[in-house]
Design a protein around this ligand. Structure first.
Ligand code: GDD
Ligand code: GTP
Length: 416
């Protein structure tokens, strides 16, 4: 029997995700066409014998209520939100709510960071954990040498996979094997964190005492570091895709990775040129085994590469969409528009011949006819909610705060 805890953090941490976090908590931001944490929940629900999923964070509970009700029902697994009055760190909340987490006696607990996207190989991770039977198993992945320093870096025993050494965001290269923010822990770890909390276990680190006043306990510095090399922590290495989502540009990248993953493993989740426009306008997904009528065939969409279009979106068949595009509910895309590498959020209206690339277009925005909204992978254009552009302007590499009206072209600006 297992449980899962998803660390969702809270509003004070969403700053790097502005302006998109002004209107929606980051954990619900869509990646690959689904709310960020729906990917986590789906993966947890696939683990046989999973008892419950707990979201742990310091956001207002009400922000998640309807999403959790729907998702819980859809995946047939109980989900609840437990709130920290303030940030308690990545381990503090686990200890604060240890009774709730341990109720029903789970033998192991998954702990997942919310701000990552990956294939979540939880079943294999658990199998490895059971086989090695340590107290703590960390999902690890080898990344490019230049990348590794942004994350927790790990050195493992090449034969046993035991974690020998751990450095959190080190200033020099320690290892290219990083901590993916996905763990399996035993109930003993919650006990251990409890001892840190009541002072009977002191990790003996300056940073720990600095955080002590705020009741913050961090899984990385206060638990993983002191236990590394003591036979308690093992690393399960994978080479599937993995990405962290901190700023809007990494959301665009992570969404792309999910879409590419679907193309290979779950193509039925993507929208194809033969997904009938008319069927979708009726809010029905075109069934693959349903024989298309002539009328439906006439309305093929012009789709390139991996694309997800919500069934309620209205897309003119001569707009060209893809690759790497997700289009949310209620969006309207007019004839002649061209979209690639972008996330279009709910109720956006894209008019005739508009061009959008490397951009995220916020809820309810309007991109007028013949306007170009472009960015680059490193510097995408981001519209907050309700941005309106005039026709025939060019917006390049800009961040636009909610409800702004753009009436002239702009380049590399933050529009406040
Ligand atoms: N409930 C709760 N309370 N959650 C929190 C808190 C808190 O006080 N603080 C952070 N979190 C959540 C965040 O929402 C996120 O999902 C996760 O914990 C980790 O966030 P950070 O503490 O900001 O760390 P990081 O993302 O910079 O680095 C961590 O994750 C990397 C993988 O993405 C470290 O564990 C790295 O070692 C690791 O490589
Ligand atoms: P790929 O991008 O590699 O697929 O090459 P492509 O030649 O098909 O060009 P692209 O897919 O970018 O463009 C497809 C259609 O969009 C063509 O009919 C272009 O004329 C049109 N297009 C290109 N740029 C713009 C633009 O700024 N605005 C509009 N409305 N259409 C454009």
């Amino acid at each position: 029997k297992t449980k899962a805890v998803i660390l969702v953090g809270g509003a004070s941490k969403g700053t790097r995700f502005r302006p998109l976090s002004l209107d929606l908590p980051k954990p619900l931001f869509p990646l690959g066409g689904k709310p960020m944490i729906e990917h986590h929940i789906e993966a947890c629900a696939r683990v046989p014998g999973l008892m419950e999923i707990i979201l742990l964070g310091f956001y207002e509970e009400s922000l998640f209520t309807s999403f959790l009700e729907l998702t819980s029902e859809r995946f047939g697994v109980p989900i609840r939100y437990l709130r920290e009055a303030k940030s308690l760190g990545t381990a503090g909340g686990l200890s604060r709510y240890s009774n709730a987490i341990l109720s029903g006696n789970p033998g192991a607990i998954f702990v997942l960071h919310c701000d990552i996207g990956c294939s979540f190989p939880l079943v294999n991770l658990l199998r490895f954990h059971v086989q090695k039977s340590p107290e703590f198993t960390i999902l690890g992945k080898v990344v490019e040498p230049g990348e590794a320093r942004k994350y927790g870096c790990m050195v493992k025993d090449p034969n046993t996979c035991e974690l020998l050494h751990y450095a959190e965001k080190p200033s020099s290269v320690v290892s290219e094997l990083i901590n993916c923010g996905v763990y399996v822990i035993s109930p003993w770890i919650l006990d251990y964190i409890g001892q840190i909390r009541n002072g009977s276990q002191s990790p003996n680190r300056v940073s720990f005492y600095m955080n002590r006043e705020n009741d913050i306990i961090r899984l990385e510095q206060d638990v993983i570091m002191p236990l590394a090399g003591k036979g308690k922590i093992y690393v399960y290495e994978m080479d599937d895709f993995w990405a962290q989502v901190k700023e809007p540009k990494t959301a665009l990248r992570c969404s792309e990775l999910y879409l590419a993953y679907y193309k290979e493993h779950k193509p039925e989740l993507l929208t194809t040129p033969t997904t009938s426009l008319r069927a979708r306008m009726d809010g029905l997904l075109f069934m693959r085994n349903q024989k298309p009528t002539v009328g439906l065939q006439e309305t093929r969409l012009n789709i390139v590469g991996a694309v997800y279009i919500h069934p309620s979106a209205k897309v003119e068949s001569n707009a060209k969409i893809g690759p790497n595009v997700t289009i949310a509910a209620g969006v309207e895309i007019a004839a002649g528009a061209r979209l690639k590498d972008c996330i279009i959020l709910e109720d956006v209206n894209i008019k005739e011949h508009a061009f959008i690339s490397h951009s995220i277009i916020g809820w309810g925005s309007i991109v007028d006819a013949w306007t170009r909204v472009q960015g680059t992978a490193e510097n995408p254009t981001i519209f907050g909610a309700g941005v309106v552009t005039e026709a025939e302007i060019v917006v390049r590499n800009c961040t636009v705060l909610p409800h702004k009206t753009l009436n002239e072209s702009c380049h590399q600006q933050i529009i406040l």
